[in-house]
Design a binder for this molecule. Structure first.
Ligand SMILES: O=C(CO)[C@@H](O)[C@@H](O)COP(=O)(O)O
Length: 261
């Protein structure tokens, strides 16, 4: 039998020690990023008990790291973070059971190559809007500084979807709900009868967006309590606030150099 000309020489198939060390470093860095993002959830008051999870990705290596299921935040360690292959969910590192929402996270990363972190919480006010099946209207500039329009609420999942692949279908319904919108301009969603999901360029930014989503949900609830007929702000104000921070040429969030001499 003749081997194909492109068949690599055996030496090229053997992993080099420096590659293994770089992989180990990348794995530790990803797990640390995801650990710190998870620990930020209780600090921001976004979770009670273990009702939430954060994931992050290393797209170059095709990895997703996520909180293990049901582990208390105060006990969570870097080595507990489970790392899976983005392509097929195969385990890369970690021995614990990954979050029950893993299939939702995987689906969103596969559909939206621009995101690098995802958060799911049951934060009180955002969850109240989700349970009511209502989108959060853009009632003021706090909202418009992050969301270029309402925070949409998905349709409820159908019984057949819940029976077939509940978490995968949750990811599908989120993508369906965002259809026609740029996920970067709408960094969160409410899943009807469930709770919010938020995302960002990395796990830390996804947590920031989850906290903003909870705050705009709280503000919108109070606003509508004070004035049940309050309408969303107009396009001029919405565009002004969103685009000056996130539009073409915007440098919002750029930090000054760490050390100035
Ligand atoms: O949505 C829910 C429960 O309604 C879950 O996200 C929440 O309990 C967290 O589950 P995990 O501990 O991540 O498996």
């Amino acid at each position: 039998m003749t081997l194909p000309l492109s068949f690599p020489p055996v030496a090229e198939c053997v992993p080099r020690p420096e590659d293994a060390a770089a992989d180990r470093q990348a794995l530790d860095a990803l797990r640390e990023q995801v650990l710190q993002a998870n620990l930020a959830l209780p600090r921001h008051g976004l979770v009670l008990f273990t009702w939430g999870n954060v994931s992050g990705v290393d797209r170059a290596r095709g990895w997703m790291a996520i909180k293990p299921s049901g582990v208390a935040y105060e006990r969570l360690q870097r080595e507990d973070i489970v790392v899976l292959a983005l392509a097929d969910g195969a385990r890369v590192a970690g021995t614990l059971k990954p979050s029950s929402d893993t299939a939702t996270h995987l689906h969103l990363y596969r559909q939206w190559p621009g995101i690098g972190g995802i958060v799911h919480t049951h934060s009180t006010h955002a969850t109240a809007w989700a349970q009511a099946g209502l989108p959060i209207p853009a009632l003021g500039t706090t909202h418009a500084d992050y969301f270029h329009g309402e925070v949409p609420c998905s349709r409820p999942l159908r019984p057949d979807e819940i029976a077939r692949d509940y978490e995968g279908a949750t990811g599908e319904v989120i993508v369906e709900t965002l259809a026609g919108r740029d996920p970067a301009a709408c960094p969160g969603v409410l899943v009807s009868e469930h709770a919010p999901f938020a995302w960002g360029r990395d796990a830390a930014q996804a947590v920031h967006h989850a906290a903003v989503l909870e705050e705009v949900a709280r503000l919108a609830l109070y606003t509508r309590q004070l004035d049940a007929d309050r309408r969303p702000i107009g396009t001029a104000l919405l565009d002004k606030h969103y685009l000056r921070k996130h539009g073409p040429g915007a440098t919002y969030g750029q930090q000054p150099p760490a050390a100035r001499t």
